[in-house]
Design a protein around this ligand. Structure first.
Ligand code: MN
Length: 288
């Protein structure tokens, strides 16, 4: 059975990204460290209630280079537009897997429909690193609607796993990844116990979104994160209440991480180049 390496209790309400996303920094000071590679950063937004408005809330055009942003909507709607020409709205259960790679400019806003009606917004954004060999590839975008995400039903009516990326007992995830990654959206029914098997060479983390569960004698609640030891493959979870959680697993990239603001490269020189390229307009612009 895998052991818990670190338990990060629910972070306090954190900061706002633009005026649209009140987020908690789930990885806290583990962000951008090798211990969680290939993941870099994890912002958990909400749930937060917004009043109806005709104004545009969110975060305006900004660049990224050297990694991927993975946005998952749980409640509400998020609208995305980027310099590659993608324009899209995601709603509950949908995922955007955006590969910034050599550079992209995008904006992330509440959808017009959501803004007009108001309500609860709940989302997550993960930053996933790219290996050095892929950092300067052309940018790419995978819109993954909920209906395209394979659902694996767990034995004994214990719940289900939406396989966003990777492989769950032969069910292949919807997203294409650059390095081996499992991103599973897991639902466990109240009172059920489930067993998960993950590769021992992966870094593996569990994030509880709703409910309470027991893992290795620790009781976990909403917005808690556990980082598991690499050794071992089995994880057993007992749901005290109905639970929703995310499993984040991946093969560590094991390359230097240099980061500044929206750029994640391998060296400071590459970061300086990214800033220059952005300032010189080499990451494009959002049409219209
Ligand atoms: Mn962004």
């Amino acid at each position: 059975m895998k052991k818990i390496k670190k338990l990060l209790r629910a972070p306090p309400r954190g900061h706002w990204v633009g005026d649209g996303f009140p987020v908690r920094a789930v990885f806290a000071d583990m962000a951008f460290t090798q211990e969680i590679s290939p993941f870099l950063m994890f912002d958990y937004g909400g749930p937060h209630d917004f009043t109806p408005t005709e104004t545009r809330r969110g975060v305006g055009p900004h660049p990224h280079r050297g990694f991927e942003t993975v946005t998952i909507a749980f409640q509400g709607e998020i609208e995305h537009a980027d310099s590659v020409g993608n324009k899209d709205v995601i709603g509950p259960g949908d995922v955007q897997w955006m590969t910034a790679a050599s550079g992209i400019i995008h904006e992330e806003m509440h959808s017009k429909n959501f803004a007009r009606h108001g309500g609860a917004l709940e989302m997550a954004q993960l930053w996933v690193n790219l290996p050095a060999k892929s950092k300067m590839d052309p940018p790419h975008y995978q819109p993954i609607v909920s209906a395209e995400i394979p659902v694996h039903q767990l034995d004994s009516d214990s719940g289900n796993v939406r396989v966003i990326a990777g492989d769950f007992l032969g069910t292949q995830g919807a997203a294409t990844t650059h390095t081996p990654i499992n991103l599973w959206d897991i639902h466990i029914h109240a009172g059920k116990t489930i067993d998960l098997t993950v590769p021992a060479e992966h870094n593996t983390m569990l994030f509880v979104r709703t409910g309470r569960l027991v893992l290795n004698n620790e009781t976990l609640g909403a917005a808690d994160l556990v980082i598991m030891e690499q050794a071992g493959q089995r994880i057993q979870l007992h749901a005290m209440e109905a639970c929703d959680l995310l499993l984040l697993g991946g093969e560590p990239i094991n390359e230097p991480i240099a980061t500044r603001g929206p750029f994640v490269m391998n060296t400071d020189q590459e970061i300086r180049q990214a800033i220059m390229d952005y300032q010189n307009g080499k990451m494009g612009h959002i049409a219209g």
